[in-house]
Structure formats: C-alpha cells, structure tokens
Design a protein around this ligand. Structure first.
Ligand SMILES: [Zn+2]
Length: 230
C-alpha cells in the first residue's frame, strides 16, 4: 500500500472511530430493561365475551397499547407487546417470542368472568412456589431451590406493587394474589404475572373496562408499578 492511500485510510478510520465513540457511550449508558406485555387471547381466541358483547381480546389489547404508551418515555425500558393486532397466537408461540426477547418481566393481561353478574374486582395469579418446588425437587437431588426461586420472589414483589396501585384506582376491589398454574409461565423461569383486571360479566364493571378513560387509568397504575419494580 502506498503511503498516501494509507494516510487517507487512517483519516477515514479515525473519523469513523470519533463518530462511533459517542454512540458506544450512549449504548453503555442505556442498559434497557425489557418488559413484555401480553394482551391475552386474540384472533380466533376471543376470550370472555362481556355483557355488551365486547370480546376480552379487544380489551386486553387496548389496555396493553395504553400501557406501552405510558412506558414509552422511559429511556431505560424497552416495552414489547406479544401481539399488537387482532391475531391468533398460541401460548407456545407467545413463549417462543418471549424467550427471544429475554425480558426482565412479563405481564399478561386478562379480563375475568363470574358465574353471576355480581362478581367484581381485580385479581392476580402467579405460578406457585409449591408447584415450582415439586418440579425442582425432581431436577435437583439436594432440593436446594433458593436461587431458582428468585424470579418467583420478584413476581410477588411486582404483584404487591400492582395491587397497591390498582387499589388506589379501584378501592376495596382487590381480590388478592393467588398461586395458580399460569400456562404462559411454564419453563420461562422469569417473573410472569397474570392480572385479571375486572369482570366482563359485571355490567357496571364492564362499562368501566370498555371506557378509554379507565383503560388509561389502569395503564397508568400498571406503568407506575413496573417503574417501581426496577
Ligand atoms: Zn383471559
């Protein structure tokens, strides 16, 4: 290589380095927490049909979109929806997508249904310690499950925050946190919290859930909980 060309290349290389340096620095400063919001159901899977015939899949998507908007201003967070349209998605497809995004937490949104018209309030589900411990005992001889339970502890911590913030919005409407099998959480080993936001079978509650204002309020309460979690 002749000297002139070499100098020219050095200048180009130097310029590229100068341009890349601030970008690298910026990247290092913004380590993002990936948050996955899962609007349950979709497409052919309509979920619960409310008293005014609104399918659950529409309500969960509307609230998930609002939640994404609420969190959009946070530079340290990347919010991903498992679906952003009315499409059919199996639990396995959602899990595959979640595994790819490697999130810090997953919030799956549902609307509840009761046998009568009177059931009301919000409740949360997470995969129980008991269920996990049983599975882990089979896996590990010692049965030492301390570290493995971290994400379950985190799920409980997140649920307490959600409970606190939804309590402000719907006083005395909290039905609590329950240990239950959450299919979406199977084998994910990360905090997965299922939130049932109210009852589609309760005319009064359904009217609220379908209103843009309440959807925004719920999204704000959930966003506040997620921000506190980090
Ligand atoms: Zn559901």
């Amino acid at each position: 290589m002749i000297l002139g060309t070499c100098k020219k290349y050095s200048v180009i290389l130097f310029s590229v380095l100068i341009m890349c340096f601030p970008m690298a620095l910026l990247h290092a400063q913004t380590v993002k927490h990936v948050v996955v919001i899962d609007p349950a159901h979709g497409g052919e899977d309509v979920g619960v049909i409310s008293v005014d015939k609104t399918p659950e899949k529409d309500l969960t998507l509307a609230i998930a979109r609002e939640l994404k908007k609420e969190l959009a201003g946070n530079a340290d967070m990347e919010v991903i929806l498992t679906r952003d349209s009315d499409k059919t998605m199996t639990v396995a497809e959602r899990q595959k997508y979640i595994k790819k995004t490697r999130p810090a937490l997953v919030l799956t949104l549902h609307i509840n249904a009761g046998f009568g018209k009177t059931s009301s309030g919000f409740e949360m589900y997470y995969p129980g310690f008991q269920e996990k411990n049983e599975a882990l005992k089979k896996k590990t001889k010692k049965g030492d499950t301390g570290n493995e339970n971290k994400y379950l502890n985190d799920t409980v911590r997140l649920s307490r925050l959600v409970q606190k913030n939804l309590d402000v919005l719907f006083p005395r409407k909290g039905r609590g946190l329950r240990e239950a099998h959450v299919p979406l959480a199977d084998n994910l080993e990360l905090p997965v919290l299922a939130v049932e936001l109210g009852f589609a079978t309760n005319p009064e509650e359904n009217k609220k859930l379908a209103s843009g204002k309440t959807q925004k309020d719920i999204a704000r309460a959930l966003a506040k909980s997620i921000k506190s979690f980090f």
